[in-house]
Design a protein around this ligand. Sequence first.
Ligand code: NDP
Length: 338
Amino acid sequence: MSKEIPKTQSAVYINELGEYDKIKFDNSIPTPKIESSNEIIVKNYYAGINFIEAYFRKGIYPVGKFPYVFGREASGEVVAVGDDVKNLKVGDKIAYLSPGTFAQYTKITTNDHKYIKLPANSTDEDLKIFGSLLLQGLTALTFINEAYKVQKGDNILVWAAAGGVGKILTQLITNLGANVIAIASTDEKLKLAKENGAKYLINSSTDDIEGKVKEFTNGKGVDASFDSVGKDTFKTSLNSLKRKGTFISYGNSSGPVENFGLGILTPKNIKLARPTLNSYIVTQEEWDHYSQELLKLYKEGKFKFDIYKTYDLKDYKQATQDLEGRKTHGKLTLKIPQ
Ligand code: NDP
């Protein structure tokens, strides 16, 4: 069963790797068709923007084949279902994780469980929030449970603390009774980190980061560093850790970490993890556990999630220039034309 779907659709994509000028937006991308009985097609409403798109565009992560349609998450309405789909029907509203969401239509397979059903009476604001929350929210939630199990009283360094993931990390870590040492590049961003519960603030543009960490931790260093910046901050993170501390290196905002010998971990017995969200939500049980926990925390007001700016789909290039240019804080999202 399906609603009428046009042959081509508006989408944001690339046909070759490169800088911003390679980003295309037009109405030429074929709309997906149901090809196997577990698939559904979603008509998208909002699609959250994530830094990872820059890595695909630049070739830091492999794109597979071209045209490569950007996007990793969205909210939308189910407009077609395969014969064996049991849990969803045409007209249902969902929020989900999948490649290819910067487009009017996306095909997902329900064998991949990474969706949540939204109430039929969801408002436009609900659709915006839930089309933008899952990726960064689940990253923060899984990482503080599995990459490093944050404990009450810990001192935790959070890089890009006013960024999309950083804002949620700061709040969830603070909720656990740990002390967030927030790092950001401007005082305006640090003010937001403080509002989100950060105990100590470091301005990466003006402060001596390692000196400040020593000052805030009585010379010991932090229990863990959640470092999304990558290349530029690797040594500073390492030097800021306490003996037996944990280094969570989870992003490449400044470029991928360069090769290093394992021996640099030895003097302080450092544990190092380079996690990805996707490998924490592989099974249905893992997905259910973390997605339900995230929604519960959000609905109970345990963390705030606000959208920095909503861009039209056609303006993705401007949005990612703002994001990669460090001009933004919190979440950016795209409104998909209907
Ligand atoms: P952010 O909103 O955090 O934006 C990036 C921020 O990084 C900037 O605002 C900036 O903050 C900081 N930054 C520091 N150095 C640079 C630089 N050279 N260029 C650009 N930005 C820089 O983005 P997201 O929340 O979308 O993602 C945060 C990071 O987390 C990304 O690296 C992303 O890839 C990673 N991530 C990893 C996941 C995983 O599974 N491993 C999942 C989700 C996200 P400031 O100006 O304050 O320094």
